[in-house]
Design a protein around this ligand. Sequence first.
Ligand code: FAD
Length: 334
Amino acid sequence: MSTSGKILALVDLPGGELDETGRGVVSYAARLSGFAESAWSAVTLAEPRGEALAGLGAYGVPAITAIDAGEQLLDTPARLGKALSRLVTAESASILVLPHNDLGATLAPVIAATLNAALLTEVTTIRKKDGALHLSRAALGGRIAETSLWDGQRPLVITVPLRSLSQVLLPSVRPGNPAITTWQAPPEAAGNTVTIITRIPPDPQTVDLTEAEVIFSAGKGCDPATFEQLKELCKILNVSFGVTRPVYDLGWTGFERMVGQTGRTVTPRLYVALGISGSMHHVGGIKDSRRIVSINNDSKAPIFTNSDEGFVADLSEVVPRLLERARASQGGAA
Ligand SMILES: Cc1cc2nc3c(=O)[nH]c(=O)nc-3n(C[C@H](O)[C@H](O)[C@H](O)COP(=O)(O)OP(=O)(O)OC[C@H]3O[C@@H](n4cnc5c(N)ncnc54)[C@H](O)[C@@H]3O)c2cc1C
């Protein structure tokens, strides 16, 4: 089977860099193009240069359409969505792949509504069967897998959860030098009333935990001294800080730092659980993290069964050493 048009993958290049999400999206689109037997290319919001461009080439991206002044549209998703819809039409694309992050989850419905396209969010696996694409996603809180069928009659907009975006290079990928075309968003979509002069990245110390990239969380296994050291470590490493409910109950932090079923549900790139047992109430709020690393002095702590990597160690020994190294690496007192 062949979809009638090509596949486009949206790659945001935060700070001009090709990050894990970007690599995951192009890898996903490359795989999809293989079994959909369609051509594919990437769409970027700025012209990729240097390492970002080399990275896209290494992932076998055949061609890149860079939206001129696309970054200017980031704060106005409705206009960016409309611009992307026009690009999908201009490139006769059938499928648009977006990461299911803030940007992708906001843009996908706008684009689908503008194009009258089919929309499926948080698609995990796609299979080809009997001439149609079968797209699966978790439903009912992950208890069932829901499969939808796309017959190619209308364009399809999909978002893919970050945990399903593998950066693994496919053996079939042929690295190359992608051709870059700059695409001018039509004036009504681009507008010219707002000019973004600079973009300030979120501060991990204050960002809402639901949007944090890396979280170190303290559980009841942290004594007061370790807890303070951990907070300092987070500051130095520029990562976000979370806690379990018992720690919140001690009054050591505000409610907005509590992770879990009644606290924040988080989806960071990396979640480090320190002195956390791994109760279902806590794990329910972290299970969609891309990578979970745990440190606990009890080798039988349930958190280990939910972790990608676990270390049996005493926090009162580990945290001071981590802090010492972090201080030394920033040139402070060791
Ligand atoms: C309705 C309901 C909703 C809830 N919602 C939430 C929620 O949103 N978030 C949440 O977190 N909890 C929630 N809870 C509480 C939850 O059930 C657990 O009690 C809680 O998550 C346990 O927190 P903890 O892992 O920090 O503490 P503990 O379960 O006491 O675990 C402490 C861990 O630290 C380890 N440890 C101790 N000393 C050290 C050391 N020196 N070095 C290394 N490891 C050490 C221990 O081995 C242990 O595994 C909820 C409970 C209920 C009933």
